[in-house]
Design a protein around this ligand. Structure first.
Ligand code: KG4
Ligand code: ZN
Length: 350
């Protein structure tokens, strides 16, 4: 089954074609991402109306480009998947509208995909995918969650952030140290050269039981350290390293606890912060120590992309799930409410 995936929940237009006939990484026939970073940079953050308009502008050219790269014509497709939420409502509607219109014109089944389920399943696009049950660490710009995955579509929330998401903490911390938008990846790049231990920040909420996170206090600690420092380039680099160490350690400690609680030794990691090199290293070391396994998508499939939507949608379409023909999006959507895959269910608006 060849499924076209369309992602437009925020500031990235992602398009891909995934073929369920072929296993592993070759299942992904083509994928392309257009980032709106330059468009939003002068405002220091995403401007929703500009994002929606840019998705409208870029979607059809990107779909044509992706189909050409896959060597396919529209008539070769068997289904369409699009991000139906959570996300910016106008941006979601741009993708859902195009996806629905295509499905209607080509007489194809279509399904709205939960953006975080897309992230969660992205590691399974790679070779030798793990089988559930496993624990998923979802670390993006909007979410930080630990999820027990009992099966595809069977998700139990173990813990989540009480305030800022991990990616949001990276972005805000970068901003307060004067790095240009979007700061997260730039802060991570600076941290690569930083000296560990020059600045030591708290590992929030690791001194008490539980699997929830809190990252907003860390940002304040960094702000104080930065204000009281000489604000030299070396200091910026060392603070970036201290901040990254704190986030990475905190995530690793909670991942170990979640594995203990779930009673399993397979961890999967997804979402933009999953591209972080030091987080990947640390979690690999944790898995090696425990004799377990950690799986990540390649870094370009950690951040927003169409491949994860094509893949998650393909699993659901193949199981007989379909959305009704209306153009419906769900800006706020609880992942635990998703139907399991394997039972043919009319998921209605979703
Ligand atoms: O998953 P994603 O692309 O979008 C959302 O669904 O939010 O995640 C974007 C987030 C941003 O906050 C960005 O700063 C962060 O992921 N991010 C990183 C890195 N690359 C992206 N954070 C730390 N290190 C990175 N290398
Ligand atoms: Zn995302």
């Amino acid at each position: 089954m060849r499924v076209l995936g369309i992602e437009t929940s925020c500031d990235e237009t992602g398009v891909a074609v995934y073929d369920t006939q072929v296993g592993g990484a070759v299942g992904l026939l083509a994928h392309a991402v257009y980032s709106q970073i330059a468009l939003h940079a002068e405002y220091g953050g995403v401007v929703p109306e500009l994002a929606s308009r840019d998705h409208v502008r870029k979607l059809l050219p990107l779909i044509r480009q992706t189909l050409a790269e896959a060597g396919l014509k529209p008539a070769d497709l068997d289904g369409v998947a699009y991000t139906a939420g959570p996300g910016l409502v106008g941006a979601l509607l741009a993708g859902a509208g195009v996806a629905r219109a295509l499905a209607w014109a080509l007489d194809l089944p279509a399904i709205g995909v939960h953006h975080m389920e897309g992230h969660l399943l992205a590691p399974l696009i790679e070779d030798d995918p793990p089988e559930p049950p496993f624990v998923a660490l979802l670390v993006s710009g909007g979410h930080t969650q630990l999820v027990a995955v009992d099966g595809i579509g069977r998700y139990r929330l173990l813990g989540e952030t009480l305030d800022d998401a991990a990616g949001e903490a990276f972005d805000k911390t970068a901003k307060l140290m004067g790095l240009p938008y979007p700061g997260g990846p730039q802060l991570a790049r600076l941290a690569e050269q930083g000296r560990s231990g020059e600045f030591r920040f708290a590992r929030p909420m690791t001194d008490r039981p539980g699997l929830d996170f809190s990252f907003s206090g860390l940002k304040t600690q960094v702000l104080l350290a930065w204000r009281q420092s000489d604000q030299s380039e070396q200091t910026r680099i060392d603070i970036a390293r201290g901040f990254e160490d704190a986030v990475v350690d905190t995530l690793a400690i909670k991942c170990e606890r979640a594995l203990d609680e779930a009673g399993c030794e397979t961890l999967i990691v997804a979402g933009g912060v999953g591209a972080n090199r030091r987080l990947r290293e640390k979690l690999r070391a944790v898995a090696a120590k425990r004799g377990g396994r950690v799986c990540f998508p390649r870094p370009e499939l950690c951040t927003d992309n169409g491949a994860m939507i094509a893949f998650a949608g393909a699993l659901r379409l193949r199981a007989g799930q379909r959305a009704s023909a209306g153009i419906n999006v769900v800006p706020r959507w609880d992942m635990a409410a998703l139907p399991p895959v394997g039972e043919p269910i009319d998921v209605g608006a979703r």
